[in-house]
Structure formats: C-alpha cells, structure tokens
Write a protein that binds this ligand. Structure first.
Ligand code: D0W
Ligand code: ZN
Length: 597
C-alpha cells in the first residue's frame, strides 16, 4: 500500500497535472480504506493478552495515529479539505511587486519570485507589496476551510480518545509534560533571543530609520523572509565586522562551476566520510534534483521513503547556493534515517519522535557550515580564526537558529489554542503571539478578514510544527555528542565531524533504532549516557561567545525587549466588536483594541 500511494503522490508532486492529481487522490482513498481496516483490527484486539513490549508499542503507535475513527463521509471531507487548502497554497499567484505599472501577467509564485524579493530587496515599499500580496492572496481563501478543518480534526481526535486535535498532534512524543517542557525550553533561550533582537533592531534602525522604532517590535517585512522565521538574508545589514571574511560560499560555488548534481555528491560524500551509507542507484535515477523545465512541479524540498527498503528519493528545485547545499544535507539526513531503520518492523520505521527526523540534518549542517569544513572541501581558502571572524560566524548562525526558535514555538502554540479554545479572532491571536514571543509586527493593518497563519505552508497542510522547535534544541545536543565522539578539542561552534568514523558509528546507532525504543532512551544513546532529557545547555554553550558580545553591545546602547504603542496593537486588532454604550463618566474613546476600519 505505502509504495503505491507514495509513488502516486510522487508522480503528482513532480508533474502537476489533473490526471496525476486524480491518480494520487484515488490511491490515497484506497490507502486510507486499507489503513482503517488495520486500525479497526488493532483497536479491537484485547491488548491484555499481548505480553511482548515491542508488539504493544507497535499497536499503541498504530491505534493513536491517523484519523481513522472518523465516519467515512467525515473522513473523506477532512481529507478533501486538506487537499483543497494545499491546493490554494500551491496555486496562489500574485502580480509582480516591482511596482512596474500594468506589469506583465500576474504569475508570481512564492518560490522563487516573492521569496527572492523578501530576501534581497532593501526597498520597504517593495517589501511591503510582496509581503501583503502573498498574505492577501492565500489567507482569506483558507479561513472558512480552516474553520471546518478544526471541527473535523477535533472530532477525529476525540473519537480517538484525545481531548482535541492538539493533544492528538502531541501524541507521538508520548509525554504528558511536553507542553510545559517546551515552554520551559523557550524560557531558557528567550533571553539570548531578546539580546539578538535588540542588536538587530539597532542595525535595522540605522538602515531604515523610523520605520523601525528603537524600543519596539520589528516590522515583519524587513527581516529577509516571508514569515520572519530566519533573518540570515539580512546578514549583510547586521554583521558587525563586514570587512572580515564571511562564510557564504555561494560565489565560490558558482566560480567552481558547481551543479545541483555535484552539490548532492558533495553531501553524499559527507555522510560516507563518516562511514554512513551511500545513496542507492534508484536514488540517483529517480530523484528530482532540479526544477523541471518541461512541466510544473511542487518545489518545496522533501525526502521520500517508498517503503520497499530500496527506493528513496529527494525532490528539490535546487539552485547553486550555500543555502541549498545545507538544505540538501538536511534532506539527505532524512534518507540516511530511512536507510538505517529499514531493518526495523514497519511501524518502527520512523524517527524516535518527529523532531529526531529533523534534528539529524540540521546537526550535520552545524558541521558543514563551519569555515573549517568549507575549507576542507575546497570552497573557502586562507580562513582567519580571529575573534571578529568567530563573532561574525556565530551571528550568521544565530540569525538562522536563534531567530527560528520563537517562530517555531508560536506556530503550534497558536494551533493548539485554536483546537482547544476555538476559532474566534484567529488572526488577532496569531499576531498577539508573534508580538509577544517574536517581537515582530505585521507591516500593515490586519483584521479577521485575513488569515495570516494560512500564509505558512504547514498550517493549511496539516503538518505539525513542534518538531522543528524541539529539533532546534535537540540538534545542538546531538552536535555536542557527535563532536565529543569525534574528539573535537575546541569550542563547539568550530567543530566539524567530517571524516570521523567514531561520530559516524554513534550516529548510525541512533538512526538504526528508529522508533523501536522510547525517544528518551534514544537521547541517552545519542549523548552516550549524559542525559535522557531535552536540554538547551548545548545550544547556550554553542552561542556563549556571541551572548557575551551582545550583552556588551546592548548594555552600552539601549533597551532590550520591546514595548508596543496602542496604534501598533491596533494593527492586528480583533474584528471590531459592536461598541457598547459608554458607561456614564468613562472616556468616550473606544478601547485601543477596537480598530476603526
Ligand atoms: C514526504 C515528506 O514530507 N518527508 C519529510 C521528511 C520526513 O519526515 O521523512 C519532508 O521532506 N519534509 C519537508 C521539509 C522541507 C523543509 C521544511 O519544511 N522546513 C521547515 C522548517 C525548517 C526551517 C529551517 C531549517 O533549517 C529546517 C527546517 C520550514 O521551512 O518552515 C523545507 C526546507 C528545509 C526543510 C523537511 O525536510 O523537513
Ligand atoms: Zn526535514
């Protein structure tokens, strides 16, 4: 079953046609029917008679996942809703935002056109147009569908024995304390984020003037990314020692004539240098490494397991950039996981928890992006290892990793609350959370006619997002453990495990376990007995030199954290409630959260 539905989904994603869409939906319906039969069997068994712990684990995983408890018609409606929402997101097109009046046909996509404007433009008007065009093209079309999706996802969760769909999404972590642990991890790291936020704000104020208030939140369109989830694209505006050498080797890759295939071979060689497995012959024959010229494809990067222990693929519209080289390592780490747990029983062929699948690739990325590694593979020469170069490097990594934490935290905090508290003021609550934790504001007034969370793929696509938050903490724990196994002597941020067989052996051991053991046992294996908990200390140790530098910078120059004025909170006001008659004697002006539309 899995092979057929995966092949049909692959067929559509790499060649978007109506007939391929139909074939994919038919195969999905078939596989869901098959899944519901095996689910009913699994949930009908009297578990008491099953003594083998591995069998019980498999049944538990099978019984709690999926929405098989829904009645056929509701199930079909929910699947259709998710497919429609993904379709709205994939088909969204906007008019060019370069401000050329009466410009050509309105065929700009998120990737590459709009993302490129957000990454490269330094013109606030153009950035505002691109940000607003995308959010207005997608959100309003999704809101009503999302409301119905929330109802059905909650119904499915309750039929499965969960309080709501949020609890259902958290089930793979099998940890009743998960929410408080995640909040505690964020509390541990948020002081570092606020220091970074204050420093970047000062640099942006220098560049954009009063568009950026010196003690306020940052306007979301100036940060180099459609969701402000990574600020690496504005590194040139904020890096403290611009005359020092940077570690972006994109120009060198172009100079050396790198092609997408060569980038994949470079990534493969990283893994084989650790003693891990090479990509299979099927991988090289069937993967889609570049945007096809003769047909339309879904261009989001992804890794695919065809469930037959030999066919594994990556689909990526690769461009020759350092960013894409890191993404290739991220996707190929998913393939390494598939390859290493292939011998496990089917149900255990998955990450120890969803965050493990994400953390491996990014942990590898922490080695690959070091100047030392780039020198070892010939993309950087005469590197200098002085203080300023290290601060520059740590800042560019922080613009990706530290910045990402509050965003990743907010996505599922918002979603879990919608599942548990309802669908009123979804947009206002989205921006309240983003303002409170990320210190970011919408660049234009937003109301409940908008649905800005829908502008982020994983929300309409029903893809849980907590995995990426937990992965950020976990990847530094894994990186630290691999560096210790590799015998790395210096500070964590200079470690490159390339060619270390000891690190490779430890990694292979972790990957081979799949989901056969509770994930805390797998953390204990990965850290060679150091801990069985999620722990932000390795992350904080990694950025320690930068944290010190930021504190000195900020102590002398200004406020850390942000305040908001009433007109700023009015930017994302709730849909104006009818004004109650003012009680005698109280001020006539409406409370600040009511937006006069
Ligand atoms: C069949 C299937 O779906 N397979 C799964 C893998 C599996 O589960 O087996 C898969 O391929 N998922 C795709 C997804 C793609 C990306 C993504 O969505 N990234 C997040 C978060 C993020 C951001 C920065 C970062 O450094 C790392 C992650 C975002 O862009 O917001 C896009 C670019 C990178 C990762 C992925 O690889 O995780
Ligand atoms: Zn991933």
């Amino acid at each position: 079953m899995c092979f057929r539905v995966t092949s049909a989904t692959w067929g559509f994603s790499t060649n978007v046609t109506e007939s391929n869409r139909r074939r994919m939906l038919e195969e999905q319906a078939l596989s869901w029917k098959f899944g519901r039969v095996s689910w009913r069997k699994a949930t009908s068994l009297s578990w008491a008679r099953i003594s083998d712990p591995a069998a019980r684990r498999q049944l538990q995983i099978l019984a709690q996942e999926g929405r098989n408890a829904l009645a056929d018609d509701r199930f079909a409606e929910l699947m259709q809703l998710i497919a429609d929402m993904k379709d709205v997101y994939a088909r969204a097109r906007v008019c060019p935002t370069t401000g050329v009046p009466g410009a050509a046909t309105c065929d700009w996509r998120l990737e590459p056109e709009l993302s490129r404007v957000l990454a490269r433009s330094r013109d606030p008007t153009e950035l505002l147009r691109a940000w607003t065009a995308w959010h207005d093209a997608v959100g309003p079309q999704l809101r009503a569908k999302y409301v119905r999706y929330v109802q059905l996802a909650n119904e499915a969760a309750r039929l499965n024995g969960f309080r709501d769909a949020g609890e259902h999404m958290r089930a793979p972590y099998d940890d009743p304390e998960l929410e408080s642990e995640v909040t505690q991890l964020w509390a541990q790291v948020s002081p570092l984020y606020r220091q970074l936020h204050a420093y970047v704000r000062r640099q942006l104020h220098r560049h954009y003037g009063d568009l950026v208030r010196e003690d306020g939140p940052l306007p979301a369109h100036l940060l180099g990314n459609m969701w402000a989830q990574s600020w690496k694209n504005i590194a040139d505006l904020v890096v403290p020692f611009p005359d020092k050498q940077g570690a972006d080797v994109t120009p060198e890759m172009l100079r050396q004539g790198y092609t997408p295939v060569r980038m994949f071979q470079t990534a493969e060689e990283f893994f084989t240098s650790l003693g891990l497995k090479p990509m299979s012959m099927e991988f090289w024959r069937h993967s889609m490494l570049e945007r096809p010229v003769d047909r339309e494809a879904v261009c989001r990067a992804s890794a695919w397991d065809f469930c037959n222990r030999k066919d594994y693929r990556i689909k990526q519209c690769t461009e020759v950039t350092m960013d894409d080289l890191l993404t290739i390592h991220h996707e190929m780490a998913h393939i390494q996981y598939y390859l290493h747990y292939a011998e496990q029983p089917y149900i255990f062929r998955r990450g120890a928890n969803p965050a493990f699948h994400e953390a491996i690739g990014d942990a590898i990325g922490l080695s690959v992006s070091t100047p030392r590694h780039l020198q070892r593979i010939g993309l950087l020469n005469n590197i200098t290892d002085d203080y300023e170069t290290n601060i520059n490097y740590l800042l560019t990594v922080a613009l990706d990793k530290v910045v990402y934490l509050p965003f990743a935290y907010v996505v599922d905090q918002w979603r879990w609350r919608v599942f548990s508290e309802g669908v009123e003021n979804m947009n206002g609550r989205w921006w309240e959370l983003r303002m409170r934790h990320q210190g970011v504001l919408p660049p234009a007034p937003r109301s409940e006619r908008d649905f800005d969370p829908g502008a982020k793929y994983h929300v309409p696509a029903d893809t849980p997002y907590l995995r990426y938050f937990v992965s950020l903490v976990l990847q530094f724990q894994i990186h630290e453990a691999l560096c210790r196994a590799a015998g790395h002597p210096g500070p964590l941020h200079t470690c490159d495990i390339y060619r270390s067989r000891e690190a490779g052996r430890l990694l292979a051991e972790v990957l081979s376990l799949g989901a056969s053991r509770p994930w805390r046992d797998v953390i204990r294996v990965a850290t060679q007995g150091a801990t069985d908990r999620l722990d932000a200390r390795p992350l904080l140790d990694y950025f320690q030199p930068l944290a010190l530098w930021l504190r000195v910078q900020n102590r002398e120059r200004g406020v850390v954290g942000w305040t908001t004025t009433s007109q700023e909170t009015a930017l994302f006001a709730r849909w104006a409630r009818p004004l109650t008659a003012a009680a005698p004697g109280c001020a006539v002006a409406p409370p600040h959260h009511l937006l006069v539309i």
